[in-house]
Design a protein around this ligand. Structure first.
Ligand code: NAD
Length: 342
């Protein structure tokens, strides 16, 4: 297939691109390679993809630049339109959205609108886009299910991602375009994000610096290993969304839809206390962390826990990598990356 992957220089995009190239797809990557975190890491990911070879091209451009997005879709691959669009580019990060909300409007609201418009004009057969477990906000019903209420976001990041879900639903309904939103739960693994806890912690532990543990470590996260995420993204993308068979126009239930649209959780389904995650990281790195327990921050969510039965039913997917194993693989990569970039 011919596939556009936005956010190809990012953590998840990089892994998705490599998996698609490995199975023989033709892939265009699109990313502005911004400096929200270490640009050298993004460039190293791109160099790694280049080294792999395969049917690959890369566009360094901004999603907020409508002409650039339109040009990418007009060109497709060798003049043929994309069969799939996997949209992973976004301004990510929960805490940064308190500092710089406009960056979220530019990439996640304006940029996403440009992607939707381009998909409409090109009649893209299936758009799969990244949402987040953060849309569940202060929801305390565990595990999180897609039909739980999600309209009380606790951070601006979550609000822009929830907006993406609603915007995509409107386009799917109006233009009968299949669209799937995937709600990712705390993704970790090799080539991960330097602004997220696993890499921040690993960095500090190896440097003998204290690690700051919010809410005194009393929260849990459904840490999900990158290979499981990639498998779920590709399985979902391969199978276009269809109207919900349970939708009844005579008696519409708000949890169902007549549009070719769906929202699916993708998470490990086995939440881990933060302190246990740190213990696994210490074991994998062979070093002890200096713990600095601090209170929770504005916008913090206590716990996350994915119910993934919808994704499983739609695609046969199941999470496979337990946290101890995933943390071991992450730590191995991290030590190697530090040695290489020293
Ligand atoms: P990432 O920051 O590593 O990747 C995002 C990429 O998008 C970056 O390379 C960035 O340069 C690019 N980008 C941002 N704004 C852009 C713009 N305006 N134009 C072009 N490129 C732009 O993040 P990630 O962890 O790979 O996340 C991928 C997606 O998954 C994001 O949408 C994120 O919100 C979502 N998500 C991630 C997690 C996680 O735990 N990693 C959890 C929930 C949701």
């Amino acid at each position: 297939m011919r596939i556009l992957v936005t956010g190809a220089a990012g953590f998840i995009g990089f892994h998705v691109v490599r998996a698609l190239l490995a199975r023989g797809d033709a892939v265009t990557g699109f990313d502005n390679v911004n400096d929200y975190y270490d640009v050298a890491l993004k460039e190293a990911r791109l160099a790694e993809i280049d080294r792999m070879g395969g049917d690959w091209r890369f566009l360094r451009a901004d999603l907020a630049d409508r002409a650039a997005v339109d040009a990418a879709f007009a060109e497709g691959i060798r003049g043929e339109p994309f069969d799939r669009v996997i949209h992973l580019a976004a301004q990510a990060g929960v805490r940064y959205s308190l500092e710089n909300p406009l960056a979220y409007v530019e990439s996640n609201v304006l940029g996403f609108t440009n992607v939707l418009e381009a998909c409409r004009r090109a009649e893209t057969p299936h758009l799969t886009f990244a949402s987040t477990s953060s849309v569940y906000g202060g929801n305390t019903k565990m595990p999180f299910r897609e039909d739980h209420g999600v309209d009380h976001p606790l951070q601006f990041y979550a609000a822009t991602k929830r907006a993406n879900e609603l915007m995509a639903h409107a386009y799917a309904h109006l233009y009968r375009l299949p669209m799937t939103g995937l709600r990712f739960f705390t993704v970790y693994g090799p080539w991960g994000r330097p602004d997220m806890a696993p890499m921040l912690f690993a960095e500090a532990i190896l440097a003998g610096q204290p690690i700051r543990i919010f809410n005194e470590g009393r929260h849990s996260r459904d840490f999900t290993y990158i290979d499981d995420i990639v498998e779920g993204v590709i399985r979902a993308s391969d199978r276009p969304a269809a109207p919900d068979p349970a939708f009844d126009p005579a008696n519409p239930d708000p949890a169902t839809s007549d549009a070719p649209f769906r929202l699916l959780n993708i998470g490990n389904g086995a939440p881990v206390e933060l302190l246990d995650f740190i213990a696994a990281l210490e074991a994998a790195l062979g070093r002890t962390a200096i713990r600095e327990l601090v209170p929770s921050q504005p916008g913090d969510v206590a716990d996350t826990f994915a119910d993934t039965s919808r994704l499983e039913a739609a695609t046969g997917w199941r999470a496979r990598v337990p946290v101890e194993e995933g943390v071991r693989r992450f730590a191995e990569w991290f030590i190697d990356w530090k040695n290489r970039s020293a």
